[in-house]
Design a protein around this ligand. Sequence first.
Ligand code: SF4
Length: 315
Amino acid sequence: MSEQKTCAKCDEDTVIYREYEGRGLCQEHFSIDVNKTVKKTIRKNDMVNSGDTIAVGLSGGKDSAVMLQQLVEIFGDRPDIDIKAVAVHEGIDPYRNESIGAARELCEEMDVELHVGKYEDYYDLRMENVVDNLEKSNCTYCGIMRRDLLNKLSREVGADSIAIGHNLDDEAQAIMMNHIKGDMKRMARVSGGDQVDHQKFVKRIKPLKDMMEKEIALYSKIHDLGVIDRCPHVEEGSLRPMVKSFLNKLESQMPGIKHSIVSQGRDISTLVAENMEFNEKENQLRECERCGEPCSSKVCRKCQLLEEVEKAKED
Ligand code: SF4
């Protein structure tokens, strides 16, 4: 199919041709469309209500920067909705200093308060001091701690929800990985978006979950929104990069396949969630006997991993 050079909505040149829709859009209409998609996702999933304080998880990267910009555009003039930003410093320099600097600049531009939490202050740990001695991959430890700290920071700023920059590609990858691993518990969570029932657990919302990663990248480029270098200690495990590359190849041969996978995955997730007895119990959390944070076992995963990190420090 030959690419359309003129926008489907006006006479301007296109900045994107969506094969899955069979149409091209100019910069202005692409930007309008992104905003419409995000609004629709928020409305359809009942993500934001009057009186809410939303904590936006910022990394300095393109997804979270676009998410903040969109939330400010959609709710910035609403006196009944408060938007705050939260960011985590893992103790990886200069990478994280630079990205927090970018996040700070963005927040100043958008007139949004930024709250930064450091692993050093909460866990007495800098990731860069332990990365070479860990038993599991760096991101296993770091990712669990970040999730824990984002939840704590969101509570500290009085948030009703935390917005995570999870996109359609992330969701398609998660669905495929759950299938491959046969992980029904995680599959059941896809449609409910990780919601669990505990007063210390801040509800997670994903306003970009219907946006493709490459479209977020294009939008961030057009609007000059935060792009940062990759963390030097990234270790994602082997399955996700393979699934990501497989899905990208599939999408190039069969445009729209990622949308189909996500749509079917959400339907399957709803069915699994309705039919699994464990679901209600799974979503009821208790408090970790060490740190008091919500978890499903006696000691939370973060405390277990911190114990491993302490051992690694001693070795
Ligand atoms: Fe942490 Fe991995 Fe992210 Fe680096 S890439 S900040 S190690 S989770």
